[in-house]
Design a protein around this ligand. Structure first.
Ligand SMILES: Cc1cc2nc3c(=O)[nH]c(=O)nc-3n(C[C@H](O)[C@H](O)[C@H](O)COP(=O)(O)OP(=O)(O)OC[C@H]3O[C@@H](n4cnc5c(N)ncnc54)[C@H](O)[C@@H]3O)c2cc1C
Length: 569
């Protein structure tokens, strides 16, 4: 059951206590309670996902962030390489975590990404091949609610089976035929061989969002007698359970009951599982004295374990929007600027889960490597996980998706290609500067601080311009891109530094490393180094960001983690 008060819980004794009912946390909650002898409590700071319309209606996903009740509403510190700008850094503050507020793209990255993880942590269990059963466990492939024919849009053999037709789809596919060398069509970019242009697969089913809350905590699971979820429970820190010899035993957690409510404590009988995400997880560890002891002592926090990698090694994807004016009004701007149109579409969605709102904000992604003739890698090591891994992604959209729309666009409509650097060399951090556990952490993605990142972004923008210059767009696009005057490296750099922002994919802040390594935060079985009774299962353990949106990797890591935990008990 999901409850809002401690008094509504059956008691305060649980085998496992999970911190964070997010993407990964709910996978663990579901899988551990398959065994009726295991009792689980999940502590979630955020609100219920029930009847949050913008979380249900796929097309309204951009309305969930930033600055809403469903977002932690974090901002970054000023970004040095982005002209000192401060960026919004959304994270889900709702049952389902970021899976309840994200843009729903389901992209696995490349096989290279996972094989690199296995190598980095010296555990072949995290390789692409060995993770296949978990990819399938995570997925129930369903036909889209717009009833379009999906033949030729994905490869059934690489998937689990337990309103597209946007007006630009035809032109995207035509581009793959006109420029097959740079933009080949790829039947299924989730097969491990990601390169090329493919149809987007999304965490949408029956015309509405599928999150970890609607799936892993669906009614038949959340009502298990051995599973309880407490909302509005914000965890402050993890505490030593009892004095022990050797590594401290840390199965006790301190949290508030309700916003600003009293502090409570609870101790897991078996294990505490930290699933608060790439920002929340290092934040809680640092509040608990688990981090760089010198830094923690300096701000007045008593160190418990010296783990200097906590909060470090943050990698995230920066992205830039490229837009071209078009001669059609059959674009997202029409829904986003016209409340009457939106209301009619919503009416249709409510009645039948059909119409334009059943899809997210893009139907195609392109995964590309920078051209072989660039000189970038004469000077820098290629940062990709392997030769079949993209450096750049295009997210191809039928218009601008954020509301409110910019005020300076009048009645214009656009074709939009967002370019993201998938293989960043920059590393950022999550740190704290307060002993108050509820003060927000300092978030520094440190975007584009490493030279190859900006060089790759430049190539991505040039490549997007070539895409839009294909004959397929000639009778549609009516003006050069908004940044077309910028062509030299220096001019492009200015466009990038003045407009890049987060693609929302931070990982690595509690990174996995080989057993016995003197860096990293968790071992390959996800146990926190130097303590007993605590594991981390969420995106923060991925050592490097994959060349894909991060929810698929998070789900799949969590599925395997659940098996590792079950094996131990
Ligand atoms: C706006 C946005 C768009 C995105 N779009 C996509 C996309 O299209 N495709 C994709 O693959 N990925 C996308 N992502 C990224 C993806 O959603 C995340 O990588 C993934 O969901 C992370 O899962 P997680 O389990 O690590 O963390 P989360 O799902 O964020 O879960 C963490 C949970 O812990 C809770 N929590 C945190 N701190 C505390 C505390 N102190 N006490 C109690 N509870 C706490 C949070 O409230 C949250 O519920 C997007 C993310 C955002 C924010």
């Amino acid at each position: 059951a999901v409850v809002e008060r401690v008094k509504d819980l059956p008691g305060l004794e649980y085998d496992f206590v999970i911190i964070g009912a997010g993407t990964a946390g709910n996978v663990i909650a579901n899988r551990l309670t398959e065994n009726i002898h295991h009792s689980v409590l999940v502590l979630e700071a955020g609100v219920s996902n029930k009847e949050v319309l913008n979380s249900e209606v796929p097309f309204f996903c951009p309305r969930l962030t930033p600055n809403t009740a469903f977002d932690w509403n974090y901002t970054t510190i000023p970004q040095q390489s982005l002209n000192g700008r401060i960026l919004a850094y959304p994270r889900g503050h709702i049952l389902g975590g970021s899976s309840s507020i994200n843009f729903m793209a389901y992209t696995r990255g490349s096989a290279d990404d996972y094989n690199r993880y296995a190598k980095l942590v010296k555990d072949s269990g995290w390789s692409w091949d060995r993770l296949q059963p978990y990819f399938r466990k995570n997925e129930k492939f369903t036909p889209p609610a717009d009833h379009h024919n999906t033949r030729g849009q994905f490869n059934p053999s690489v998937h689990g089976f337990d309103g597209i037709n946007s007006p630009i789809d035809r032109r995207v596919i035509q581009t793959t035929m006109e420029l097959p060398h740079e933009f080949p069509f790829n039947l299924d970019t989730n097969s491990g061989h990601q390169l090329g242009v493919g149809w987007t697969q999304s965490t949408i089913g029956g015309g509405q969002r599928s999150s970890s809350a609607t799936s892993y905590l669906g009614p038949r699971f959340v009502n298990r007698r051995n599973l309880h979820v407490l909302l509005h429970a914000q965890v402050a820190r993890i505490l030593r359970t009892k004095p022990t010899h050797g590594d401290p035993d840390v199965r006790t957690v301190e949290f508030t009951e309700g916003v600003g409510g009293p502090m409570r404590r609870i101790t897991a009988r078996k294990e505490l599982i930290l699933s608060a995400g790439s920002v929340g997880t290092p934040h809680i560890l640092l509040n608990s004295g688990i981090g760089n002891s010198h830094d923690l002592s300096r701000i007045g926090i008593k160190p418990l374990v010296h783990l200097p990698s906590v909060g470090q090694n943050l990698s995230d994807h920066p992205f830039v929007v490229n837009q071209w004016e078009v001669n059609s009004s059959d674009t997202f701007e029409t829904i986003n600027r016209n409340a009457t149109v939106a209301a009619a579409d919503l009416q249709q969605w409510m009645q039948s889960r059909t119409g334009p709102l059943v899809d997210g904000t893009f139907n195609h992604n392109a995964w590309i490597r920078v051209p072989k003739n660039t000189t970038i890698f004469d000077r820098f090591r290629d940062p990709s996980a392997g030769p079949n891994t993209a450096h750049v992604e295009f997210v191809i959209s039928n218009g601008l998706s954020h509301v409110p729309l910019p005020t300076n666009i009048g009645n214009m409509s656009f074709f939009v290609v967002s370019t993201a650097v998938l293989t960043p060399a920059s590393r950022g951090s999550i740190t704290i500067n307060s002993t108050n556990p509820f003060a927000p952490p300092l978030i520094n993605p440190n975007f584009l601080s490493s030279e190859p990142d900006i060089a790759i972004m430049r190539e991505g923008i040039r490549s997007a311009r070539r895409f839009a210059a294909a004959p397929a767009w000639a009778d549609y696009i009516t003006s050069p891109s908004s940044t077309s005057n910028s062509t030299t490296d220096a001019e492009l750099d200015e466009v990038i530094r003045s407009s890049a922002s987060s693609f929302f994919h931070p990982v690595g802040t509690a990174g996995m490393s080989p057993r016995g390594a003197d860096y990293g935060v968790v071992d390959p079985d996800l146990r926190v180094k130097g303590v007993k009774g605590l594991r981390i299962v969420d995106a923060s353990v991925l050592p490097i960001v994959p060349a894909g949106h991060t929810q698929a990797a998070t789900y799949v890591f969590a599925e395997r983690a659940a098996d590792l935990i079950k094996e131990s008990w």
